[in-house]
Design a binder for this molecule. Structure first.
Ligand code: PLP
Length: 285
């Protein structure tokens, strides 16, 4: 395997950043994950738009021109022979002696790009079974709209789910509403057949997969509402699912140990999963 680290392609086993990297010391960095599907990178423009937004919000410079980042994404996918899998980009504020204040202006941001293959067969099997989700009190900072590498709350929430046999956590805020998953956006389909997902204005990351699914939902003429939904409403839903570049559309069949709908992946989630890539921007590597 090959990784890209600050201007060089290196063996993945040897890929490293300095111990004084601000990503390591302060989680002072941002990231993106793009899906690689059938030899194509999914929604690169939207992911790079969001990367630019995250960098801007944290006042970190682009490590190099946007089209150079795009070129490296392609190179890393190609050099690793990834047909199906993920490509990961991380940018931090760079290497400088440990100090909370921003480093001097000459310090360049660090960039790392890695890619790995994953099994479409395993993903399909998971989607046919559905996943189990466990709720978790919302305890993250209010700026979850920024895709930062500061993911300790997400790590703890997801580990809590895993230790109960689950695959994802759903954060529940003080009003009893589901915000989003530990690494996914959350959706339900009500008994009346209405798709519901929380608006992107507060409490969630503006997921790229969520946006694509919203496009698809409109194209298919399905009824949907962007509004908060509660955990109680989710227990009573006909279907539930999560969206992310890592899982595409993944049906949720259990929530806090309770069965959702008939306990099998719902027809809406299944159809959206099948149609998903027709609504994406695909770049051949
Ligand atoms: N919400 C959180 C907290 C995430 O970490 C992610 C992805 O990593 C998502 C939502 C889904 O975003 P996307 O569809 O862009 O992958």
């Amino acid at each position: 395997r090959i990784a890209y680290v600050n201007g060089q392609y290196v063996r993945h086993a040897d890929a490293a950043v300095h111990v004084e990297d601000r990503g390591y010391q302060f989680a002072d960095g941002v990231y993106e994950v793009c899906e690689v599907w059938q030899g194509k990178i999914v929604d690169v423009p939207r992911h790079l738009d969001r990367l630019g937004r995250s960098l801007n919000e944290l006042r970190i410079d682009w490590p190099m021109a946007r089209n150079a980042v795009e070129f490296v994404l392609h190179q890393v996918v190609r050099r690793n022979l990834v047909r199906n899998g993920l490509v990961y980009i991380q940018v931090t504020r760079g290497v400088s002696k440990r100090d909370h204040f921003f480093p001097p202006a000459h310090v360049a941001p660090s960039i790392v790009v890695t890619a790995r293959s994953s099994s479409p067969t395993a993903a399909k099997a998971q989607a046919e079974q559905g996943i189990s989700v466990f709720s978790y009190p919302e305890n993250r900072w209010p700026r979850v709209d920024i895709k930062t590498v500061a993911l300790l709350p997400n790590v703890l929430a997801k580990q809590n789910a895993k230790e109960q046999g689950g695959k994802e956590a759903w954060y529940v805020d003080a009003d009893g509403n589901v915000t989003e998953g530990g690494s996914t956006n959350a959706w339900i389909v009500t008994k009346e057949g209405v798709l519901v997902t929380r608006p992107a204005e507060s409490g969630i990351l503006r997921g790229i997969t969520r946006a694509v699914v919203l496009d698809l939902v409109q194209k298919e003429g399905l009824t949907f509402e962007e509004r908060p939904f509660s955990l109680e409403e989710a227990f009573d839903a006909k279907e539930a699912f999560v969206t992310a570049a890592t899982t595409v559309v993944m049906p949720v069949t259990r929530l806090d140990g309770r069965i959702i709908g008939n306990g099998h992946p719902g027809s809406v989630a299944t159809r959206l999963r099948e149609l998903f890539h027709t609504a994406t921007d695909l770049q051949a590597v």
